[in-house]
Design a protein around this ligand. Structure first.
Ligand SMILES: Cc1ncc(COP(=O)(O)O)c(C=O)c1O
Length: 480
């Protein structure tokens, strides 16, 4: 493909905007409620307000809070609001980050460096966490040299507390629970994990990246949510993403701590840089003001009443989806069902989940396929409420289609996902996925259709594997 070149002369503004708008043609249709993750869109004037507020800070740089005192104030006010919602004590504090992943990376970094100071004998620090904890912890362990001790979860997706306690050893520097976890929307037993943290004198981070800005409002609606925030003794930090249920554009999360001593280890200071003494509380250098101001506008533009109304619609949509899915004999629900994530899978091989997913894609839905076990994830928002009936209608038709054509499981994306999810050789899957990504960055490689099986060994495996793997699973299942 020819390289894109810088135009010699400035392009007219209308051409630029038309071109960029054209680029979006094939993007996921989040406005119509047909995506179930990625974007938390609010209908009406919300988007305009948030954009205008962000624009006021378009070129600000939070690298230097002395130069941009406004952003420091915005950060503090957002933290205050979150601490109030999450019942933090008067000592509670926190900082803005670029998203959930950065919040989790910093929570890990802070725990590791604190332990380095207090328990210098630890050579290989570890984190004890549920097997369902977000993959950003894997990234943190990879980047910062920690080991993960993943603990099994029960049938409802909540971590097994006894196994959790047993996994802790003298090298453990951090305990983690999710509220809720992404895959099934289950809140871990934070109260029990908190008691363990207190007893062992360890930090407990609650990953409320997803639920932090939704759970307080579900509680107000009377939804029975297990305790998850600073009300639980032992919870030392909480991450809560404003760019999820805070309805801000991407690029902002908050990392809250019970007190500033817990935050302190994440602060990076370099004293010998010729460019001056350099200090930063996060992973980034320059930090955009846009998402911070937009987030401030978002939560103040909604207020408690607005966030409550949005939560009510999202909850209603989630409950209607759960009821509709339960009524489809071939499907089952995964998770505890106490949040705004709905996850469905198949009942005992009644249908191939990925074949149903393909049929839903053909009907124009953006589908988030999951594994272990094969399932489909729906993050439910207020703007999904108007399309719930349509979704269920299409789901019933898609299940019927997949049942009528069992070969659909061996074709298209169903074959790709089916193989990727089931193949026991995870190293092969890992390198195949990395190859696909690398090829997307290789200017000499032909453009790829990501819905087609990849080239090489993995591609060859996909031609035969889905059938073999399902047969193997059935055999193992019968023997068990
Ligand atoms: C529970 C949970 N934690 C962390 C993250 C990571 O957030 P981000 O994608 O903003 O980095 C997500 C994202 O979906 C999540 O659901």
């Amino acid at each position: 493909m020819a390289r894109h070149a810088l135009p010699t002369k400035a392009l007219p503004a209308t051409d630029i905007l038309d071109t960029l708008a054209g680029y979006r043609t094939d993007d996921a249709d989040y406005r119509g409620g047909r995506t179930w993750s990625l974007v938390y869109h609010v209908e009406g004037t919300h988007e305009e307000l948030v954009a205008q507020a962000g624009e006021l800070f378009l070129e600000s740089n939070f690298l230097n809070p002395m130069a941009f005192k406004s952003l420091k104030r915005i950060e503090r006010e957002l933290v205050d609001v979150a601490v109030g919602l999450m019942h933090g004590p008067s000592t509670a504090t926190g900082c803005a980050t670029s998203g959930g992943t950065e919040s989790l990376l910093l929570a890990v970094l802070s725990a590791r460096d604190d332990a380095r100071r207090r328990r210098p004998w630890i050579r290989r620090p570890n984190i004890v966490l549920p097997a369902t904890a977000h993959v950003a912890f894997d990234k943190a362990a990879h980047l910062f040299g920690l080991r993960l001790k993943k603990v099994r979860v029960g049938a409802d997706g909540a971590v097994d507390v006894r196994a959790f306690r047993r996994a802790i050893d003298r090298n453990t520097v951090l305990l983690v629970g999710s509220a809720p976890q992404y895959a099934h929307g289950t809140i871990d037993p934070i109260a029990e994990l908190g008691a363990i943290a207190v007893k062992k004198g360890l930090r407990l981070h609650v990953d409320a990246c997803f639920g932090g800005w939704m759970s307080p409002f579900l509680e107000r609606l009377g939804v029975a949510i297990p305790p998850w925030d600073f009300r639980v003794p032992g919870v030392s930090s909480i991450s809560a993403d404003l760019h999820k249920y805070g309805y801000a554009p991407k690029g902002i999360s908050l990392l809250l701590y019970r007190d500033v001593e817990l935050l302190k280890p994440q602060i990076f200071v370099a004293t010998d840089f010729p460019g001056g003494i350099y200090a930063s509380p996060g992973l980034l250098g320059s930090r955009p003001g846009f998402p911070m101001a937009a987030a401030w506008a978002s939560v103040h533009g909604q207020g408690e009443e607005g966030l409550l109304a949005l939560a009510k619609e999202a909850w209603t949509a989630a409950e209607r989806l759960r009821a509709g899915i339960l009524a489809i004999p071939q499907l089952r629900l995964l998770g505890a069902g106490h949040h705004t994530i709905v996850t469905w899978g198949a009942r005992d091989g009644a249908v191939d989940v990925y074949a149903v997913a393909d049929a839903m894609t053909r009907r124009g839905w953006h589908v988030d396929r999951q594994q272990l076990p094969p399932s489909v994830h729906l993050t439910v928002n207020a703007n999904n409420l108007p399309v719930v009936d349509r979704y269920l209608e299409d789901l019933r038709a898609s299940v019927a289609e997949a049942v009528a054509n069992p070969d659909a499981a061996n074709e298209g994306e169903a074959a790709t996902y089916g193989t990727m999810a089931r193949l026991p050789a995870r190293g092969l899957v890992k390198s195949a996925v990395a190859d696909v990504i690398a090829r997307s960055y290789d200017p000499t490689a032909p453009e790829q259709d990501l819905t087609e099986p990849p080239e090489g060994l993995m591609g060859k495996a996909m031609a035969v594997m889905p059938r073999l793997l399902r047969r193997w699973e059935r055999l193992v299942g019968e023997r068990a």
